[in-house]
Design a protein around this ligand. Structure first.
Ligand code: ZN
Length: 237
């Protein structure tokens, strides 16, 4: 655990998932002050939002310096987002995976919306550094997670708000095993255990079954990816 290298404040997109929890640790290692933002859009995995509080408590317990760095934790409600998902647009459609490997609750360009809302909030709070867990390595199905997309959005936001904004994506080129390793480097096994136990990734919002990689249905693409990453992390550890 290192001293922060910047006296600035960062705003972290924090959903309560594995990636955003790792990004939070990344920001805490670098910034004197860290605020978080989560979005409530009526998602079935609103359980992710419940995980946020437990994770934040866990972060505070792991390192007093982290506890001292936490600023406000924001939740923005965007119910409009659920109104434009497939399950809302097509009556009686069950949540399912499409041929593109994405759940039909997925809203096209969702991360563009999240980052733009985050940037507006950051502007109001005088924050120029925004951190998100977008990753091109594992999520090739999500065009709004690609590095080119994020770079273009950073330019658009900086132009549109007439203020330099940096969108940091520390996981962009990491696979899931490397993301676990990053968590270990930032906060030791205590952080790995915290993320494993209390972060949530499953598309279906399942939290019943406990696997060695954490909770989830074990079948959806998000669970499969998390399980694979954990196995590879264990094998290389
Ligand atoms: Zn799942």
């Amino acid at each position: 655990m290192t001293e922060p290298t910047s006296d600035k404040t960062a705003l972290v997109l924090f959903s309560g998932g594995q990636d955003s929890a790792t990004c939070l640790a990344w920001a805490l290692a670098r910034y004197a002050r860290v605020e978080t933002i989560g979005f409530d859009y009526g998602q079935r995995h609103a359980i992710e939002l419940d995980c946020r509080a437990r994770l934040l408590d866990g972060f505070r317990a792991i390192d007093p310096a982290w506890a001292a760095s936490f600023g406000d934790s924001h939740t923005l409600s965007i119910p409009t987002l659920s109104a434009i998902s497939d399950t809302a647009l097509t009556r009686d459609v069950e949540i399912a995976m499409g041929a593109d490997g994405l759940p039909n609750t997925f809203v096209p360009g969702r991360n563009l919306i999240f980052l733009t809302f985050a940037a507006a909030l950051a502007y109001r709070r005088g924050i120029a550094d925004i951190v998100g867990g977008m990753c091109e390595t594992d999520y090739s199905g999500y065009p709004d997670c690609r590095d080119d997309t994020i770079k273009a959005l950073q330019s658009a936001i900086s132009l549109g708000m007439a203020r330099d904004v940096t969108l940091h994506t520390p996981l962009m080129w990491l696979d899931k095993a490397a993301t676990w390793r990053l968590a270990r480097d930032l906060g030791g096994n205590a952080l790995v255990d915290l993320i494993r136990e209390h972060s949530h990734t499953c598309y279906l919002g399942e939290r019943g079954a406990r696997h060695d990689w954490g909770y989830g249905c074990g079948e959806c693409p998000a669970c499969a990816l998390r399980a694979k990453g954990w196995r590879e992390y264990q094998a290389r550890a």
